[in-house]
Write a protein that binds this ligand. Structure first.
Ligand SMILES: [Zn+2]
Length: 124
């Protein structure tokens, strides 16, 4: 298996999909990417799947053409598309957020200091 390589245009479109909140995790290794308004002719979402080895596949035409070429050995390029790029980035951001949230909670627990009693009972 080759390392997936995303082209600049794929990355750009993936960033747009994330920015507009059009990527949704459906569970069980399936994500939907909704169409970018005014960009796609179709209004159907694309379905991205990941197998247990985290090999991604997509139901869009671009991906299927590349997959067919890869399978019949007319291309050595591992098939990817902008939807897969969006899902990979989406998951990276989710992990990053979870890590920051954990760190914040840990810091919040450390900040529960004891307020000195003498400071509470200040005599007039
Ligand atoms: Zn796709």
């Amino acid at each position: 298996m080759g390392q997936p390589e995303f082209s600049t245009s794929m990355v750009k479109k993936a960033e747009k999909l994330i920015e507009l909140g059009l990527v949704e995790y459906q569970g069980l290794g399936v994500w939907f990417t909704k169409p970018i308004p005014g960009y796609n002719k179709s209004n159907e979402p694309h379905r991205v799947r990941a197998d247990k080895m985290f090999n991604f596949s997509c139901d869009c035409q671009g991906y299927r053409i590349k997959e067919a070429k890869y399978k019949n050995l007319s291309s050595s390029v591992w098939p990817v598309c902008s939807h897969i790029a969006a899902v990979v980035k989406f998951e990276q951001l989710k992990k990053q957020k979870e890590r920051l949230e954990r760190e914040r909670q840990r810091d919040a627990n450390q900040c529960k200091f004891e307020f000195p009693q003498e400071a509470v009972h200040v005599s007039a």
